[in-house]
Design a binder for this molecule. Structure first.
Ligand SMILES: Cc1cc2nc3c(=O)[nH]c(=O)nc-3n(C[C@H](O)[C@H](O)[C@H](O)COP(=O)(O)OP(=O)(O)OC[C@H]3O[C@@H](n4cnc5c(N)ncnc54)[C@H](O)[C@@H]3O)c2cc1C
Length: 387
């Protein structure tokens, strides 16, 4: 069953909004809810029908769970039957290492994100799904921002807001008409590829374990989610996908080379992809616009930190955004840049190193042998990424 709109298009277009939030991923839904809790009028616009699939490893780390707890959403994962994670098993070239991974949970994005939208609606957020929002350019003195809306590819209306949060994920497609949100994309960025797979026999992929197949051209993660299905998410070099002939063939080649068993549902599964994901929005703020979550930049899925960052960004933006409704100024923009960089930059160092090491087969081989012989060595690394 799809989650229906809580407002009609005509009604959405006729009101003056304090805040329009674009994108109903973790960044957008949590920010919208936090703003509604402060009695602001918030419209949340999402281009897909909900629930929707999203390419993601579906693992929430402890940092993400603590943030949800802090804003009163700590119980939702348990209510949804999220699977507790206990270990992380890596395989490369037939070698294997398993390290303990306490405290995380696995949950499919369709179920998790839908529940977050419901939590936002419960606090008074108006939700308009199956609607694509495009922000129009503005002059510096403009007191409101205008957005064009389309449904099924047809112009359907326009809304106006005192402030806009762009939480529309990789590449921030809603900002394509605006000049001031330039992005850089890393030349060797990988593509995300994923599918949710059902089978009668997943005995090779036990519940509670993240299985990670590592290869010089990418990696494939598999984890069981709340309904027993396997969520597969991979980050693969573009050239390797081309060489292999398809994303499915590339996934199968990586599993085979690493030593993980393939299963027939992979060949039959329908894979979805992302645009190149290693990217950064140079200045994730503009006149009455905050950019957050993946829309502001994303580096490396291996660390499993994307949702934690998105939620932390959302909580942080909701603390300062109400001031922008009174006065939007340079100081507020600077404050957002500082907060956003504090959330993401401290972890960039680790992510960059990890991303680099994962591309070096010798380093991966040595690392795995080390973790296999001395699992305790991995503990501080896992703890650093988890918190
Ligand atoms: C292969 C891979 C594996 C990953 N594994 C993990 C993991 O295990 N754990 C983890 O924490 N993170 C993981 N991530 C990262 C995680 O998926 C993202 O960081 C997270 O989804 C970011 O949330 P967000 O709310 O910023 O964006 P999103 O979740 O992408 O949400 C953006 C929303 O905006 C909507 N939208 C886009 N454009 C418009 C528009 N113009 N108008 C209206 N709506 C629009 C989209 O439909 C979407 O619903 C992984 C990523 C990849 C690629």
């Amino acid at each position: 069953m799809t989650l229906s709109s809580s407002i009609s298009m005509a009604d959405a277009c006729s009101r003056d909004w304090d805040v329009v939030v674009i994108g109903a991923g973790p960044a957008g839904t949590v920010a919208a809810r936090q703003l509604a809790l402060q009695k602001l009028h918030v419209l949340l616009i999402e281009r897909k029908a909900f629930p929707r699939y999203k390419v993601c490893g579906c693992c929430l780390n402890q940092r993400a769970l603590s943030s949800l707890q802090a804003i009163g959403l700590g119980a939702i994962c348990e209510d949804l039957g999220a699977v507790p994670l206990n270990s992380f098993q890596m395989r490369f070239n037939g070698r294997e290492a398993t390290v303990p991974l306490p405290g995380g949970l696995a949950i499919s994005r369709s179920v998790f994100d839908e529940r977050l939208v419901q939590a936002a609606i419960d606090e008074g957020v108006c939700f308009l799904p199956e609607t694509t929002a495009i922000l129009k350019n503005s002059a510096e003195q403009d007191q409101t921002r205008q957005l064009e809306l389309t449904q099924q590819g047809q112009p359907s209306g326009a809304v106006s807001a005192k402030m806009v949060l762009a939480a529309d994920g990789l590449g921030h497609p809603s900002l394509q008409q605006c000049d001031d949100f330039e992005s850089t994309v890393s030349q060797n960025s990988r593509l995300g590829v994923g599918a949710l797979l059902a089978s009668d026999d997943f005995s090779e992929y036990p519940t509670g374990v993240i299985h990670m197949a590592i290869h010089k051209s990418g990696y494939v993660g598999l984890v069981r989610v709340e309904d027993g299905r396997v969520n597969l998410a991979a980050a693969i070099d573009r050239d390797f996908i081309k060489q292999s002939g398809s994303p499915t063939a590339a996934v199968l080649a990586i599993l085979q080379a690493s030593g993980f068993p393939a299963f027939s549902e992979i060949s039959e599964g329908s894979f979805k992809g992302t645009i190149p994901f290693t990217r950064k929005t140079l200045r994730p703020v503009g006149n009455r616009v905050f950019v957050l979550g993946d829309a502001a930049g994303y580096l490396e899925p291996f660390t499993g930190e994307g949702m934690a960052n998105a939620i932390a960004d959302a909580v942080a933006v909701a603390q300062i955004a109400p001031r922008g409704l009174v006065t939007w100024d340079h100081a507020l923009e600077q404050e957002w840049l500082k907060k956003h960089h504090k959330i993401t930059d401290g972890r960039l160092y680790w992510c960059r190193w990890l991303a680099l090491l994962l591309r070096l087969p010798v380093a991966v081989g040595i690392g795995l042998r080390l973790f296999h012989l001395f699992p305790a060595v991995a503990r501080p690394i896992v703890a650093r990424l988890n918190h």
